[in-house]
Design a protein around this ligand. Structure first.
Ligand code: AMP
Length: 279
């Protein structure tokens, strides 16, 4: 079985031993309820680092919605079995009190890339992410951190964070893993009803179509409006945003010479889904 560590002291002691022998440490931060997307990150870390730690921590500071936090799926036993197939060297699954002990008062707060889209829809979310990622890197003595492109804006936030704070960690962005019908894998997908699950792939299909139309010369705004209409017609209750942005700054961009990204968030069946693709 893979050792499951609960305290920062134990994690530090383990990582210090590895580093003393000159081994590189890769860290894969997750909130658990693992699927193939998470495992692809762990496998990449396994291939590139001497030692791999997967962290499982449902970080309350990055949830702006208490109901979402309460309903977030948790299954540590199943997660540990999946991680044994990679395999990783250790799982770090601390309690909330271990990560945020009494008296904790520091927040890593970011402007710019953390403000639009997810930052706007979920106030405080990226400050919670930046704070916990900074802490996890500090606790684990990570040389490399692995993040999914599924959460594109989060990946840009983390890249900015390590640059701005001179964290000695190399960030590796990994491709989005999808179900056969195109739906991006997500821990929240288990909350979909069978009907919702059947309609959910329309999100990816609609933004893919819009990106193709834009590449073919259609007006950005028209293509995006059509994608939103397709999603509403398919039964999405609410399209929060579909936006074409500069891939790095996440600011509005109509400059096709810069890398651009189409990002979307929408609700189906009471579940909030996000996705993004290059344009
Ligand atoms: P989460 O547990 O949702 O916080 O995700 C942990 C990490 O896994 C993040 O870096 C995510 O971007 C990444 N991830 C989640 N879903 C996928 C996916 N379908 N493909 C690739 N990476 C993913």
């Amino acid at each position: 079985m893979i050792p499951i560590l609960r305290t920062v002291a134990d994690l530090r002691a383990l990582a210090r031993g590895w580093k003393a022998r000159g081994e590189t440490v890769g860290v894969v931060p997750t909130m658990g309820a693992l699927h193939d997307g998470h495992l692809s990150l762990a496998r990449r870390a396994r291939a590139e680092c001497d030692r791999v730690i997967t962290t499982i921590f449902v970080n309350p500071k990055q949830f702006n919605n208490p109901e979402d936090l309460k309903k977030y799926p948790r299954n540590e036993e199943a997660d540990a079995s999946l991680l044994a197939t990679v395999p990783v060297d250790a799982i770090f699954a601390p309690s909330v009190e271990e990560v945020y002990p009494e008296g904790f008062i520091t927040t890593v707060s970011m402007a710019g890339v953390a403000q639009p889209l997810e930052g706007h829809m979920r106030p405080g979310h990226f400050d919670g992410v930046a704070t916990v990622v900074t802490k996890l890197f500090g606790m684990s003595l990570a040389d490399r951190g692995y993040f999914g492109q599924k959460d594109w804006q989060q990946l840009q936030v983390v890249l900015r964070l390590v640059r701005d704070l001179n964290l000695p960690v190399e960030i590796v962005g990994c491709e989005t893993i999808r179900e056969a019908d195109g739906l991006a894998m997500s821990s929240r997908n288990v909350r979909l009803t069978p009907e919702g699950r059947a309609k959910a792939p329309v999100l990816y299909a609609a933004i893919t179509r819009a990106a193709e139309d834009i590449r073919a010369g259609h007006a950005d705004r028209m293509a995006i409006r059509e994608a939103a209409e397709t999603m509403r017609a398919a039964g999405f209750e609410r399209v929060e945003y579909i936006e074409l942005r500069d891939a790095e700054t996440l600011m509005p961009s109509d400059d096709p010479r810069r890398p651009r990204r189409m990002l979307a968030a929408a609700w189906i069946d009471g579940v909030r889904l996000i996705d993004n693709i290059p344009v």
